[in-house]
Design a protein. Structure first.
Length: 312
C-alpha cells in the first residue's frame, strides 16, 4: 500500500512515517518507480510506535525495543520511573504555588528560598532550564555573520593582492598571500581585529546586547552598526590573518567555536545568576577570555613559524 493509505490506517502523517523510516523503525520496499510500498507488518509496526510515543517513550528507546536490546517491560519500568520523578516535581511546584498564594507573597519578597521540596531536584531543573533558555538562533546567526564577513573580506583581500600578479589562475588565487613585511603587517592587523572582536563579544554578552546592536543607532544610520559588531570584526580579522586557504578555513572554524563557547557560557550564567553573582561571573569570563587569547596568540606564532619554515 502507498503512504496515503498508511496515513489513513494509522493516523500518522507522512512526514512522521518517513522520519520513522529514516530511524530504521520501519523498512518499506521500494518500487521500480521509486514509490514506497508499505506492508501490513509496516502498518502494525507504526501502530506500535504510535502507542509507545503516546506513552512518551523516546524514539531511541523504541529502537532498542524493536531491536530486542531491551524488553518492553524494561522500557515501561524506565518510563514509570521517569513519571514518578515528574510527578514529584509537579507536587513540589504545586506546593510552592499554593504557598505563594496562601501567604500572599509579593514579587518583592520572592526568592528561591521559598521553593518547596528537595533542593537537588530544583538544581537539576535549573540546569535543564538554562540549557533550554539559550537562544540557539542567536548563536547560529553569529556564526553565519562571522562567516559572511570573513568571505566578503577575503574576496576583497585576495582582489587587492591579485593586482600585484600577472599570473592569475584559480590555483594561484587560492594560495595567494603577501610576502616579506606585508605578510607580518597583515598578520598583525588580522590578529588585532580578532582580539578586538573577541573582547567586544565578551562585552556585548555581559551587557546583554542584542545580535546586531549598533553604535550608529543614535546617528540614524542603523546599517552602519553591522560593521561595529564583534562578529564582523572577527570575520574581517579571519580574512586578513588567513594568508592561505588552509589558515583561513582553520581560523574561521577555531574563532567560531571560541565565540560560540564564550557567548553560550555568558548566556547560561546570566540566566542563572542573580545580580550579586554577576561580578564573579565577569571575573571568570575575563580569565577564560585571557586564556583563550593567549592560546590564540600562540597558535598565530606557530603559524608564523610554519610560514617561515615553508610548511604551507
Amino acid at each position: 500500500m502507498l503512504i496515503k493509505e498508511v496515513e489513513e490506517l494509522t493516523g500518522i502523517k507522512s512526514v512522521n512515517i518517513r522520519h520513522y523510516e529514516k530511524e530504521n523503525l520501519i523498512h518499506p520496499l521500494r518500487k521500480a518507480n521509486g514509490y514506497r510500498e508499505y506492508s501490513e507488518e509496516d502498518v502494525r509496526r507504526l501502530k506500535q510506535i504510535k502507542t509507545l510515543r503516546l506513552l512518551d517513550v523516546s524514539v531511541s528507546d523504541i529502537q532498542k525495543i524493536l531491536n530486542d536490546q531491551i524488553t518492553l517491560k524494561a522500557a515501561m519500568e524506565k518510563r514509570l520511573n521517569e513519571l514518578n520523578k515528574e510527578e514529584m516535581k509537579i507536587k513540589e511546584i504545586r506546593a510552592t504555588c499554593e504557598l505563594i498564594i496562601s501567604e500572599n507573597v509579593s514579587i518583592t519578597n520572592l526568592d528561591e528560598n521559598i521553593l518547596h521540596g528537595d533542593k537537588n531536584t530544583w538544581k537539576e531543573r535549573l540546569e535543564q532550564i538554562m540549557k533550554e533558555d539559550i537562544d540557539r538562533r542567536f548563536l547560529s546567526k553569529a556564526i553565519l555573520y562571522i562567516t559572511g564577513w570573513a568571505v566578503l573580506a577575503r574576496i576583497l583581500y585576495i582582489g587587492i593582492l591579485a593586482f600585484k600578479t600577472t599570473d592569475i589562475t584559480l590555483q594561484n588565487l587560492l594560495t595567494l598571500r603577501p610576502s616579506g613585511i606585508e605578510f607580518y603587517l597583515s598578520l598583525g592587523i588580522g590578529i588585532f581585529f580578532l582580539l578586538y572582536g573577541i573582547g567586544l563579544s565578551v562585552y556585548e554578552g555581559l551587557t546583554g546586547k542584542d545580535f546586531l546592536w549598533v553604535w550608529a543607532r543614535d546617528w540614524g544610520g542603523g546599517g552602519l552598526g553591522g560593521l561595529a559588531n564583534s562578529f564582523a570584526f572577527c570575520g574581517i580579522g579571519i580574512a586578513i590573518v588567513g594568508n592561505s586557504t588552509v589558515i583561513f578555513v582553520g581560523s574561521l572554524v577555531i574563532v567560531c567555536l571560541i565565540l560560540t563557547a564564550i557567548r553560550g557560557y555568558i548566556m547560561i550564567q546570566q540566566s542563572a545568576a542573580k545580580e550579586k553573582h554577576l561580578q564573579k561571573t565577569r571575573w571568570i569570563m575575563l580569565a577564560i577570555t585571557v586564556l583563550l587569547l593567549l592560546i590564540f596568540i600562540v597558535a598565530m606564532k606557530l603559524l608564523q613559524y610554519a610560514y617561515i619554515m615553508k610548511v604551507f
